[in-house]
Design a protein around this ligand. Structure first.
Ligand SMILES: [Zn+2]
Length: 270
């Protein structure tokens, strides 16, 4: 695989330029870096930055996770891996990197984009930029920030759950359940369509609808009780893990970190 990449990288290609955000980067051979970007004009894009670990001046910190860059690359006709010529960093998000909770959230978001999105989608690219900017500048992160991001990313990726009526028969009801299999709420007449559907309270459905219709900046104004927050997170994760086919590794890290923070706080009586 490695020799194939290098062989293909020798074929000269058309130069392209776009903005992108680093979703992942790996060391490649002794001096190079392989990068996955989410770009404004090409969607998910894999690039080889040859000699990047030697050319510190040329690439600087532009290949670090969630760096926002202006990328010049040479498009391959034969390989899905393109040759990165230059990356001019537009935003390093230093304010995220110096805070372990914020950086774990941004890392999780990059994993979700990698898993859910391949195609070009400008609204999604803008959503990602505005989410990173908000995360960087906000001193007190609202408790709904992760459910908000997860739900809106699912929506932008085309997996938005149906929350206005039964996803199967379109009827209204007072007693909906939530079906990951069918992608939304289901009424009592349709419970048998998905035996693994879960209970969901009307308040939870209402809050999920609000989250898909607001902006991240408005989240601090939404008051939410811990029990309701727990159910909203539970329903969104139930659906998200079903869509992904797994639980994201970086979310497991966030959960462990938050648990250990709670332990520290309770041991000092906060
Ligand atoms: Zn129904």
């Amino acid at each position: 695989m490695l020799s194939l990449v290098l062989k293909q990288s020798r074929i000269i290609r058309k130069m392209e330029q776009t903005e992108g955000i680093v979703l992942r980067s790996f060391d490649f051979r002794e001096t190079s870096t392989l990068v996955i970007f989410y770009t404004r004009d090409f969607g998910s894009l894999k690039g080889l930055a040859k000699g990047a670990r030697q050319k510190q001046k040329q690439f600087g910190s532009s290949l670090e996770l969630y760096s926002h860059d202006f990328i010049t690359f040479y498009k391959s006709r034969t390989s899905e891996i393109h040759l990165v010529g230059k990356c001019e960093q537009k935003n390093f998000y230093a304010g995220i990197r110096e805070d372990i909770l914020k950086s774990s959230f941004a890392t999780y978001w990059m994993e979700l984009i990698r898993e859910l999105i391949q195609d070009k989608d400008e609204p999604l690219f803008e959503f990602l930029l505005s989410s990173l900017s908000y995360l960087e500048k906000e001193a007190n992160l609202p408790s709904l920030i992760l459910p908000f991001f997860e739900l809106n990313l699912l929506k932008l990726a085309g997996y938005g759950p149906v929350l206005d009526h039964c996803v199967n028969c379109k009827k209204s009801s007072e007693n909906f359940k939530f079906s990951s299999e069918l992608g939304g709420i289901i009424c009592p007449d349709c419970y048998n369509k998905d035996p693994r559907s879960i209970d969901v309270l009307p308040n939870t459905i209402s809050l999920m609808k609000v989250l898909t219709k607001t902006q991240m900046e408005n989240l601090p104004r939404i008051r939410v009780e811990p029990k309701l927050l727990g159910q909203v997170k539970g329903v969104i994760h139930y659906y998200l893990f079903h869509s992904l086919g797994k639980k994201p590794k970086s979310l497991q890290f966030i959960e462990q970190m938050m648990k250990s923070q709670d332990k520290v706080q309770s041991s000092v009586g906060v």
